[in-house]
Design a protein around this ligand. Sequence first.
Ligand code: ADP
Ligand code: MG
Length: 275
Amino acid sequence: MSSAELIESRSDADESGSKGTGSGISIKGLTHRYGRGAAAVTALGPIDLEVPPGEFLVLVGASGCGKSTLLRILAGFESIQQGRVEVAGVAPVPGAGSGVVFQQPRLFPWTTVGGNIDLALKYARVPRGERSARRAELLARVGLEGLASRRIWEISGGQQQRVAIARVLAADTALLLLDEPFAALDALTRDRLQDDLRAVSAESGRTSVFVTHSADEAVYLGSRIVVLTRRPGRIALDLPVELPRTGVDPDELRADARYVELRREVGRAVKAAAA
Ligand code: ADP
Ligand code: MG
């Protein structure tokens, strides 16, 4: 069973529907500053954005335009100074409604690959008796079968990032927040993880916000693309991506005329917005 199927079967069992299905996001008049007085830097805004449940939103923009700031606000890591932000109808609370993957994997170095997944399953209140089967499925999903007993320092950076992704999938939160998670990986590993993430998100119905500076990655992954201007980041372009999300061959998709045109349009917009 794939983790996506697993997520589905689990949400069937979960009558409350609070897990396994997506959370909507509502952002109104959001502005964010760092520092005070003359030293203050306005990083972001004003931004208004409504994201329906199940969307795979990709935020694209040049370095320093406020992408990570917006993601951290959605994760509840930054306090909101001006405007309103809601995830599933409430102000974001760290660790409660979302799972975060950073550019560098932040794993627990004192335990194994499997131990990192187990902790997430435990935190997600998966019963002890189900954990080892779930762990095996999640590790297989990210291509790490057989590595459960390895220490974190015994695996490569790409494998560590896979563990980080398996860990957020284990947490089964309705919102996934991903901050350039593939930026430090080699091209082959990145392609494979992009495929996996695309499939998992399309099948699971979770809401995702994915940050990148790559127009190609944006068009490949997104069901919607928002391009931010340079700092303070504002919305320069908000585009739906009308490409099939399941049952597609990655190479065929990349060769699709609509894909090529969209990538050109987003690439142009990113460049223009950064100028
Ligand atoms: P991005 O992720 O798009 O590269 P960030 O959200 O990290 O951009 O940063 C946006 C702007 O805010 C940048 O100019 C950055 O230097 C500034 N910034 C980010 N974090 C802090 C911080 N903790 N203190 C002061 N300035 C910050
Ligand atoms: Mg960033």
